[in-house]
Design a protein around this ligand. Structure first.
Ligand code: HEM
Length: 271
């Protein structure tokens, strides 16, 4: 994942949210930059209108390896982005559920792959290493810290893991993981409370789009950059009861986060 901008602006953004509501525009030079600060608006834009919101702005600087337009996070939404993303999802992230591709798709896949030169491949590998390591490490560190602090949660988690894998040594498989809902709840709660990324990577709208917030319709003009403040979604007191508390049971049946799930590939499926 690329370096995330605006982190120093966070307190100001919270202040602006209190004054102007969950969506507002700041100008960076003459460039309008929209900020979206709540989960409902994030869901309605990124999930329900993903074909408009999935694009990325062109990077401003060319100071590191990850600026080639053939990396996933700054490729425009389209065939190259889909190829890179599918490659990552089916080949690396989700090896147990590889996306089935027919003969026609395979030909297309190789045709685009042949178009990638050495520089593209270096850029892609660099992005992959950067995007995969630090957020996962940060999340794991927070989880371990929380398990040390909350011994009751640690005991409950150990009990669940033992009940599924017993004394088995070695790797836990995916089918076993699916029988550990409390483990999933602990991970989700850590990501909510201690999100490794405070902002998403900036998005860009492909066309003019109207969006409803607080009973008003707002126009986001074609080409505008849209930023999402993840911490503001995770700590929203109108959604999460006592949001600063670490409570995995929010994500268990009956909790306010019961419906939350990770849907890797929403951008992929929306095409
Ligand atoms: C706890 C672990 C992780 C967290 C919290 C995390 C968080 C994020 C966030 C917030 C974004 C920006 C999404 C957006 O702007 O729409 C992102 C993008 C991305 N992440 Fe992760 N990530 C994690 C693990 C990984 C791993 C393990 C990989 C690779 C194996 C990975 C690869 C990527 C890539 C390639 C993108 C760009 C996707 C795109 O532009 O379509 N991430 N991640």
């Amino acid at each position: 994942m690329a370096h995330l901008p605006f982190s120093h602006l966070e307190p100001t953004l919270h202040h602006l949210r209190a004054k102007y509501g969950p969506i507002f525009t700041l100008y960076v030079g003459s460039r309008p930059v929209v900020f979206i600060m709540d989960g409902d608006l994030a869901h309605r834009s990124l999930m329900q209108r993903s074909e408009i919101f999935a694009d990325r702005p062109r990077p401003l600087a060319t100071s590191d390896l990850n600026t080639n337009l053939h990396s996933i996070n700054n490729t425009s939404y389209g065939s190259v982005w889909r190829l890179l993303r599918r490659n990552l999802v089916s080949g690396v992230v989700n090896t147990c559920k590889a996306i089935p591709v027919d003969g026609v798709a395979v030909d297309y896949y190789y045709k685009i792959l042949r178009e990638l030169n050495e520089e593209d491949i270096v850029s892609f590998c660099s992005e992959f290493l950067d995007a995969s390591i630090w957020p996962a490490c940060a999340a794991l560190e927070w989880i371990m810290a929380r398990l040390v602090k909350h011994q009751d949660i640690q005991q409950k988690l150990k009990k669940e893991i033992r009940s599924v894998v017993g004394d088995k040594k070695g790797l836990v498989d995916v089918e076993e993981l699916q029988r550990m809902p409390y483990l999933k709840a602990v991970i989700f709660e850590a990501l909510r409370r201690h999100s490794p990324a405070h902002f998403l990577i900036p998005h860009r709208v492909k066309e003019d789009v109207m969006i409803m917030a607080d009973h008003h319709e707002y126009l986001i003009p074609k080409g505008a950059v849209v930023n999402y403040l993840v911490t503001s979604v995770g700590l929203d007191a109108s959604v999460w009861e006592e949001p600063l508390e670490f409570r995995p049971k929010r994500f268990m049946p009956g909790g306010e986060g019961e419906e939350v799930d990770v849907n890797c590939g929403k951008r992929e499926r929306s095409r």
